[in-house]
Design a protein around this ligand. Structure first.
Ligand code: MG
Length: 391
């Protein structure tokens, strides 16, 4: 039976996506789609949801004419088409994007809001799959709260039955020829989504399951939720010890502390910053301090250790990561750490470029036991917590 043999794969219809980010939503003091979300502009994260999806051919951004420079920086090195300039309304902007595809028209087109950076691939799959049987597909989620119609004074006029109601999200998908015609028909209407444009022009729209995680960034609370959804917390730990040698001061957490001995080391022997560097490197799986700064390299002789911590922070930022906190414990009998604690917290915060509330410096003795107890040297232990985007 021929049915037992898989036939030749059906050709996949070309599917492009328009990412509409031409709005002027300035709630946060800047245009919201360029706000930094866990280390990257929101619009970059949105574009990447589609550049990483194997079902998408071209990703076409639509931007505001004033945003060319900021967009170029945000989208640096992404595999996307040249940005299209938007119009006065979302509907006009989308139409500009659709017209720009006419040179090599796709069979299918998805239209997505730039301010929705978290797009599960499964939703993109469902919208594309829905277009096998429908000309227009909108992802929706259930309305779970009771709905009230409210007048200008705040008085409830009526409770709106939520039966049969759903919240529309994006990406919305269409047969390209049908949606561009619908947009030409509905020109000048200022409709708020493309499903509405399609309906206005007489098209039929089907729904597929959306996802509550497709949050449109509007408030600070949306930011917090998205950051949690799109990042994970990681923990790293670091340990270091250096022995005493002749000298008149030790450097701990970047602060010079007068003492009757110094610490022996290739650099300035700042055990606390070395352990902090290793803790951050550990959290992102980036090796250890010796890998990045080989002691055999004469360049690091006597070097201030803050460059090590700065380098670890650079690597963390390259991973789109942020430092949540550093918890530093210095282990020694002497010198006394307490009088220098505040200066140490301030120094580490400055070097790592975080607020001081993200840095803790503690000290302990080992009650005369072991190498620190015998005052042979100083040790430090550090735990670092970071947030990074997985994968
Ligand atoms: Mg060391």
């Amino acid at each position: 039976m021929s049915l037992q043999h898989p036939g030749p794969a059906l050709p996949t219809p070309a599917c492009d996506v328009i990412v509409v980010g031409a709005g002027r939503g300035t709630r946060f003091g800047g245009v919201k789609q360029y706000e930094d979300l866990a280390g990257q502009p929101i619009i970059r994260r949105t574009l990447q949801a589609f550049t990483r999806h194997p079902g998408i051919r071209r990703v076409v951004p639509v931007i505001h004419p004033d945003d060319s420079a900021i967009f170029a920086a945000a989208a640096k090195e992404l595999d996307i088409a040249a940005p299209v300039i938007g119009g006065a309304t979302r509907q006009e902007s989308t139409r500009n994007g659709l017209e720009a595809l006419a040179d090599a028209p796709p069979a299918l087109v998805l239209i997505h809001d730039a301010a929705r950076p978290h797009v599960p691939a499964a939703v993109i799959d469902r919208v594309i799959a829905g277009l096998v049987h429908a000309d227009g597909v909108v992802p929706v989620v259930a309305v779970s709260d009771t709905l009230k119609r409210v007048d200008d004074t705040g008085r409830v006029i009526e409770t709106v039955p939520r039966t049969g109601l759903a919240r529309a999200q994006t990406p919305q998908g269409f047969k390209y020829a049908a949606i561009i015609n619908a947009h030409r028909t509905a020109a000048g209407r200022d409709l708020t989504d493309d499903g509405a444009v399609f309906e206005y022009a007489g098209g039929h729209v089907m729904t597929v399951a959306g996802d509550d995680a497709i949050i449109k960034v509007t408030t600070r609370d949306d930011f917090r939720k998205l950051t949690e959804l799109m990042t994970e917390t990681r923990i790293g730990q670091g340990f270091d010890a250096h022995r005493f040698t002749a000298g008149d001061a030790v450097t701990l957490c970047g602060v010079r502390v007068p003492h009757d001995q110094g610490l022996l080391g290739h650099s300035d022997a700042d055990v606390a910053l070395h352990a902090a560097t290793d803790a951050i490197l550990g959290a992102i799986g980036a090796g250890d301090i010796g890998l990045h700064f080989p002691p055999s390299n004469p360049e690091y002789k006597g070097a201030p250790s803050e460059r090590f911590l700065r380098r670890a922070m650079e690597l963390l930022h390259k991973r789109d990561g942020t430092l949540v906190n550093l918890d530093i414990t210095i282990i020694c009998e002497r010198p006394k750490i307490g009088p220098h604690r505040d200066a140490m917290v301030a120094a580490v915060a400055r070097i790592a470029d975080v607020t001081p509330d993200r840095v803790s410096v503690k000290a302990t003795t080992t009650e005369g036991m072991g190498f620190t107890g015998r005052a042979e040297g100083i040790a430090a232990q550090v735990v670092a917590t970071v947030r990074v985007v997985p994968g």
